[in-house]
Design a protein around this ligand. Sequence first.
Ligand code: FES
Ligand code: FES
Length: 152
Amino acid sequence: MEITTTVNGTSETRDVEPRRLLVDFIRTDLGLTGTHIGCDTTSCGACTVLYEGTPMKSCTMFAVQADGKALTTVEGLAEGGLHPIQEAFKQHHGLQCGFCTPGMMLVGAALLESNPNPTDDEVRWAISGNICRCTGYMNIVTAIQAAGGEGS
Ligand code: FES
Ligand code: FES
């Protein structure tokens, strides 16, 4: 069936099979490979995108559910320069291998939209659906809080 979705501000119309996963639509049909696949079972959060501004695990949704909706992927965070959260991850060493990073950044950006100065616990709760194998989380929490402090 034909769907039209707004991705990072651009309207995209495609024919998709009803069973096509949103993450495959984003990565393969749209070529936006910043959205990662870590588990394919709703566990890791690497596939997180913003769906109408809310973090969603795109391996858990069908592409047809995005019809008429707005999506933001990690590629859409930067507008003419790094987004404050991208800058903060860079400054505070919030990534190592980078596999979890797009999802962490999108969850963090969504949190800061509603709560620009989150506590340590509030950040940890927000990222509780996102797994990182490398960092021990400390620098991710610091980076998200720093991005809020920079007025994200
Ligand atoms: Fe979607 Fe892991 S790939 S939660
Ligand atoms: Fe490697 Fe998070 S930086 S999984």
